[in-house]
Design a binder for this molecule. Structure first.
Ligand code: ASP
Length: 320
C-alpha cells in the first residue's frame, strides 16, 4: 500500500509574516510523521509524531503556544483514532500536558475514549506521563494577545488531485461573508492523517481551541467524528475551524462517509466544507486521505496551512 501523510496547521487568517513559518512548521511535522511511516511504523504512530512536532512548535495553537481562555490559561484538547481497530483516545481541557496528543494516545490504549481536566491529568500521572507547569504552555506572544483582548475569527477552500502530489486550491463561493472576527492570527489548531504500508489509516487533531474561549469550553477537536475520524476502507479526516459547527454536523465523519459513497478525497473535502458553510454558516477547513492514500483538502477561510507527502515524493509539499 502506498504511504501517505497530510498535516494541517489550522484554518483562518494567517498574517503574511506568519505564512513562511507556518509552511515550514507543517513541512517539519510532515517529515516527522513520514519518518515513522518510512521506517515501517504504523499510521497511528505517524499521526502522533506529526502532531507532537506541531504541538512543540510555539507558532501553532496546540501544546506550547496555544491560545488562552478568557481567564488567561491554555486549556488543551486533542484526540486520535485508529481506523483499523476503531479505537479512539481523546483528552479535553487539560492544562498541565505539554503534548496532549501523547496523553490521548494513552487513552486510546485504555478502555476509555475521552477524559477531561484533572481526571485526564491523573490518568497521565498513572500512565507515567509527566505533568508540566501550566505557565510553561503560555508563550509571551499569547500572553500579550490575551492582555490586548484578543479577537476570535477566521473563515475561505483547498483541494488535491489523487496521488498527483499537487494540491489544487479553490475558494468556496461566499466564504468570506462567514468570516468570524479576524485578528490575522486565528489559526493554528493542528491535525494529521496517515496511511501506512499495511493500509491502516489514522487521524488526529490537537488545539488550544478558540482564543478567549469560556473556561471549560470544548470544541470539535477532541470529539471523534467532529474534529477527526478514521475508518478502514473509507479513509481519514482531520478538521479545523469554528468547532461548534463541526460538532453540529459531525463533519469529519460525514466527510469519511462521502469517501464511502465514492467521492474522491478532494471532492469529499470540498463537499464537506460546502456543507459546513451552507448548513451551519460555519467556517474552517479539513484534510482528507482516502483508503488508497490520496490527498484532499478544502477550506472556506482565507488560509489553511498544510503539508503532505505521498510515496514517490522527495520532500513534502506545503501550502497556505
Ligand atoms: N476547532 C478548534 C475549536 O473549535 C479551533 C480551530 O480549529 O481553530 O476548538
Amino acid at each position: 500500500m502506498p504511504l501517505a501523510l497530510v498535516v494541517h496547521g489550522g484554518a483562518g487568517a494567517i498574517r503574511p509574516e506568519r505564512q513562511d513559518p507556518a509552511r515550514a512548521g507543517c513541512s517539519a511535522a510532515a517529515l516527522a510523521g513520514w519518518g515513522v511511516l518510512a521506517a515501517g511504523g504504523s499510521a497511528l504512530d505517524a499521526v502522533q509524531a506529526a502532531i507532537v512536532a506541531l504541538e512543540n512548535d510555539p507558532g501553532f495553537n496546540a501544546g506550547t503556544g496555544a491560545v488562552l481562555t478568557a481567564d488567561g490559561r491554555a486549556e488543551l484538547d486533542a484526540g486520535l483514532m485508529d481506523g483499523q481497530t476503531l479505537q479512539v483516545g481523546a483528552v479535553a481541557s487539560v492544562i498541565r500536558m505539554k503534548n496532549p496528543i501523547a496523553l490521548a494516545r494513552r487513552v486510546l490504549a485504555s478502555p476509555h475514549v475521552l477524559l477531561t481536566g484533572t481526571g485526564a491529568e491523573q490518568f497521565a500521572l498513572a500512565a507515567g506521563l509527566p505533568l508540566c507547569d501550566p505557565a510553561d504552555l503560555v508563550t509571551p506572544a499569547q500572553r500579550e494577545r490575551w492582555r490586548n483582548g484578543n479577537g476570535q475569527g477566521g473563515a475561505t477552500s483547498i483541494g488535491a488531485p489523487a496521488g498527483s502530489g499537487q494540491l489544487a486550491v479553490a475558494t468556496l463561493p461566499g466564504a468570506d461573508s462567514h468570516a468570524l472576527d479576524d485578528d490575522g492570527d486565528r489559526h493554528g489548531t493542528v491535525g494529521a492523517v496517515a496511511v501506512d504500508g499495511a493500509g491502516r489509516v489514522a487521524a488526529g487533531a490537537s488545539t488550544g481551541g478558540i482564543a478567549a474561549k469560556h473556561p471549560g469550553r470544548v470544541g470539535d477537536t477532541p470529539l471523534v467524528g467532529c474534529g477527526f475520524y478514521a475508518e478502514e476502507g473509507l479513509g481519514g479526516v482531520s478538521s479545523t475551524g469554528h468547532g461548534e459547527d463541526f460538532i453540529r454536523l459531525l463533519l469529519a465523519r460525514r466527510a469519511a462517509e462521502m469517501l464511502g459513497a465514492g467521492l474522491s478525497a478532494q471532492a469529499a473535502a470540498c463537499e464537506a466544507i460546502w456543507l459546513l458553510q451552507r448548513r451551519a454558516g460555519g467556517s474552517g477547513g479539513l484534510i482528507v486521505l482516502d483508503a488508497e492514500g490520496r490527498v484532499g483538502a478544502a477550506r472556506n477561510t482565507p488560509a489553511m496551512a498544510y503539508a503532505y507527502v505521498v510515496e514517490g515524493m522527495a520532500e513534502p509539499i506545503a501550502g497556505i
